[in-house]
Design a protein around this ligand. Structure first.
Ligand SMILES: [Mg+2]
Length: 273
């Protein structure tokens, strides 16, 4: 019995394309009695949106198995705050559970807010940036889902939330509190969900670690694993390639894909389905 926390982009899928073998590997983990959490810095989608996307690849997930930087950042915003938000539907959904008022930066007409939250969005533009910068200069606290500079899309590298965030930080001279991997808000969220997740016994010996964080990005996934005190399983299906030898050498486990990693670790014990 073990707990596997899996990054999504570059591990389970690339954009709208499933990574070969990922859904079979996750089914194998479930059949062997291992618990699975999905932990992503991509805040764009709602929890139900992630469930539907996983389901479209044949992976059934409960809402409490899906941890996003949107949920993590919403937990940092003071309850009852007014929030100016430049982010996708996932962040808006999470903020509406907590904030008194949530306005989108590209629709806002208000001058003052308690907090500004930046997440990945495709509506990025000068008008939004101006409203955000003015709100922060007027005293709003600056939060961000993550500061990933780039992520792997199905058609190539794509600018991440960190690219938007830098514009705001440079203009305001303010440093954001960042929620996503590997920061404290996500560490706390993973710990809380891991504690709540009950896993059934595999009924056999398992030679792998009790918990493992699997990802394609040492800067976020590997650092999250360190913060949790868990081993890091690096897969080479996303941001990191086999030629990044220093990065590869620093991981506890390295595999060509999630399927390969699950094969490696489950084959070592008798918990293999
Ligand atoms: Mg990734």
């Amino acid at each position: 019995m073990a707990l596997w926390a899996l990054d999504l982009d570059g591990v389970v899928w690339l954009g709208d394309r499933a990574i070969v073998g990922a859904s079979a590997a996750i089914a194998c983990l479930g059949a062997a009695g291992h618990g699975v959490l999905y932990c992503t810095n991509n805040s764009a989608s709602t929890i139900d949106g992630y469930r539907r996307k996983l389901a479209s690849f044949g992976i059934a997930a409960l809402p409490e198995q899906i941890l996003t930087s949107a949920v993590a950042v919403a937990g940092l915003v003071p309850a009852g705050a007014s929030v100016l938000c430049a982010a996708g539907p996932g962040v808006v959904e999470a903020l509406r559970e907590r904030a008194e008022r949530v306005d989108l930066a590209w629709e806002s007409t208000e001058p003052r807010y308690d907090a500004v939250v930046i997440g990945f969005h495709r509506e990025f533009g000068y008008e939004s940036l101006q409203r955000i910068v003015r709100a922060v200069l007027d005293g709003a606290r600056l939060f961000a889902t993550n500061d990933d500079p780039i992520y792997p899309a199905s058609d190539g590298p794509a600018p991440g939330c960190g690219a938007f965030l830098s514009a705001v930080e440079v203009a305001t001279g303010t440093t954001a509190v960042v929620a996503g991997k590997p920061n404290a808000a996500m560490v706390d969220l993973v710990r809380a969900r891991a504690a709540a997740l009950s896993t059934r016994s595999a009924g056999g010996a398992y030679a792998g670690p009790d918990s493992i964080m699997v990802g394609d990005s040492p800067r976020t996934d590997g650092a999250l694993a360190s913060a949790l005190g868990w081993p890091f399983g690096l897969v080479l299906t996303g941001n990191t390639g086999a030629s990044d030898s220093a990065v590869v050498a620093a991981a506890d486990y390295v595999a060509t894909s999630l399927g390969d990693l699950v094969d490696q670790l489950l084959a070592a014990g008798s918990g293999r389905a």
